[in-house]
Design a protein around this ligand. Structure first.
Ligand code: ATR
Length: 281
């Protein structure tokens, strides 16, 4: 009987069942984690199902904002960013948590062997992925957390949220067409976090004009997408250090697992589970 689920729309290619079941199994807890397609309209009804039948849930696009409203309680970190990717269900009470921020923090440290504290972090994108992670990085002692986004108002909203939660952080916003500001932000950034949804298809454009990138940039690029994308290809061509979103997915999953079980999962086991879930493999 499945006691844990990952839900989303679309959800078919999620790697979460592979990596979570590998972690559960390695702790002698069987393979209790399933997958279900749930649309946004169905989310309130799903919450009532989960309340009665499940111990835990991971939520992905498009559920993270509405889940924060539907949860009975929120952890501090979910409340700060208004995003929920994990539900913990105990005695009929649903607690919403957000493990995306810690997932990105740990992935950055692991992939680039460096600290967040004192760093200039630049987000490209101000949608769901940026919302779930930027406030957390601001709280990790980053010097600057800035945003470039097509829709300026969404960047300003996240920038204001970062400054509200962490008043010491510097944060500015720009649209991709603002060449001077974008170049300034890219030159001083230590990390560029690619948090838009563009780049998945081979003929997708870059989220920022190609002319802004050059071999002399000192920044490292972290793409929250774990499939190959246009920005990953460009970074490789220019010799810019980069990483894809695989480690972030594993780390946010590990944090969810720990919340549910109180156990620290073996990350190597989860990485293997992630690979085994690779479509086509
Ligand atoms: P999600 O919840 O998956 O993050 P989202 O909230 O719609 O989805 O956010 C997607 C992000 O990708 C946003 O930053 C979006 O920019 P806007 O805020 O201007 O919509 C960005 N994005 C999507 N398509 C884009 C494109 N073709 N060019 C540039 N940015 C794009």
């Amino acid at each position: 009987m499945e006691k844990y689920l990952v839900i989303g729309d679309p959800i078919g290619h999620s790697r979460s069942p592979g990596m979570q079941n590998a972690a559960f199994e390695s702790c002698g807890l069987g393979r209790p984690y399933g997958i279900r397609h749930v649309t946004l309209d169905e989310l309130p009804e799903f919450f009532e199902y989960a309340r009665k039948n499940l111990n835990g849930v991971n939520l992905t696009v498009p559920h993270k904002l509405l889940a924060a409203q539907l949860s009975d309680r929120l952890t501090g970190r979910a409340e700060c960013c208004g995003s929920v990717n994990t539900l913990l269900i105990k005695d009929g009470i649903i607690t919403g948590d957000s493990t995306d921020g810690i997932g990105l923090e740990e992935a950055l440290k692991y992939c680039f062997d460096d600290e967040i504290s004192g760093k200039n972090i630049l987000f490209c994108g101000a949608g769901g992925a940026a919302r779930a992670t930027s406030v957390h990085l601001a709280g990790c002692g980053a010097k600057e957390v800035s945003f470039i986004n097509r829709t300026l108002s969404k960047a300003v909203e996240l920038s204001d949220l970062c400054k509200k939660v962490t008043p010491e952080v510097t944060s500015v916003c720009a649209v991709p067409e603002d060449e001077n500001m974008c170049r300034t932000l890219l030159e001083r950034a230590d990390y560029l976090i690619q948090a838009t949804s563009v780049g998945l298809k081979p003929d997708d454009p870059l989220p920022l004009p190609e002319k802004y990138f050059h071999k002399g940039l000192k920044l490292k690029i972290f793409d929250t997408i774990y499939h190959p994308t246009s920005i990953q290809r460009l970074a490789a061509e220019l010799g810019i250090l980069w990483a894809n979103g695989k480690e972030m997915l594993i780390r946010q999953g590990a944090a969810s697992f720990e919340l549910w079980t109180g156990l620290k999962p073996d990350l190597a086991v989860m990485r293997r589970g992630f690979e085994e879930g690779t479509p086509g493999k």
